[in-house]
Write a protein that binds this ligand. Sequence first.
Ligand SMILES: [Zn+2]
Length: 402
Amino acid sequence: MRVTWSAGPQLSFRLDPEDEITGKASDEHPIKLAINSCTIGGVPEDAHPDLYAVAAWTVVAPWTRRRITFDRAISAELAEALHDGWGIEAGPVGAERRRPGARLAISYSGGADSVAAATMYPQAPFVHFRRVNHPRVPNRWPHYRSDVLAELAARTGRELSVVTSDLEYTLAEPRPGYPEHHAVVAGALLLADRLDLGGLGFGYEMGSRWLGGGRYLWRFTPDNPMWAPHGRWGRLFAAAGVHIVLPVGGVSEAVTMRLALGSPLREQVRWCLRGTGGPCRVCGKCLYKELIQAAVERRPLDTPVTRDSPVARKWLKKPPYGGQEMIQYGLARVPGIEDTVFGPVLDYFDVTEESTSWLEHCYPPALGEIPERWRAEAASFVEANVGLMTEDEVRRVETWGT
Ligand SMILES: [Zn+2]
């Protein structure tokens, strides 16, 4: 793989003979390359070469097999992280490594998890990724309202940098998206020198970090390659002086929902990518989040989705489901759930409030993964607003999927 950055900054890349246009992201999801260039706007034209390298890697990693050649020299530490993590020869080598900056920024999407992470660090600046069209790829997904999400982010009153990018259009199938989950911070990485960043906070919660949401469905994942600090991505980001920080990595989506709805940012919370004046209420994500919100608020489900709706079909199938722990949580807590679209799912689980109460507390090792500089603030927030898991509850996490 050969990577070039030009004014824009625009990233273009050329595959080597051994590279393939259908690759796999770190979550094992197969993805096909659509186009070999993208632009990242709202960032300075100059940053440490390791930041350019990591930003490029979040886009090109799935298609790279053996080596990558950057257009500027990287540090030996970064090359080593690429080699250790992926077995990739990276170069040229010749730069001094980047020292971590002093600040933590939140990669802010406006969803409940991201708002909860933001609430834990009231002083942290936001970097918001906004999708824009690619000049050479038709937009067949006009219902995705990135403009609405960017407007909501602007209304939070936080220090905000909006990064605009068409990098999701580098994917041909099944739809535009991040080649690697980490591509959401490609622009934030290029801002790291200007904002003096030493860490980037993501809204990934316990399901994604510890319970194998996605790739390892149904399995405890202490060594999650995407989000563990000792995983390959964690080490790569650290080598560039920008630690991956998961402020809400120890709590479930029930907790992030409760924290987000009780936060000063409540009015700006939005997980739906479709609605303009509010969430659409009929997409799969709205339905899933409504289950969690109803459970947190201990009220009946309030949704226009019926069992005949296409988005309800998923709940007629057998588990496992993505976010299964939250489905169980909802089944145990939403009054009248048996008469809703989730009714059929009750056949597969035997859950009670007691058996799902571990989802209301924080898994302590998650706090231990937050770099020391930012740990105390998270820990005191958790102590005041969430509480730590008991030993029994910790065991529920660590035996998940066995
Ligand atoms: Zn929706």
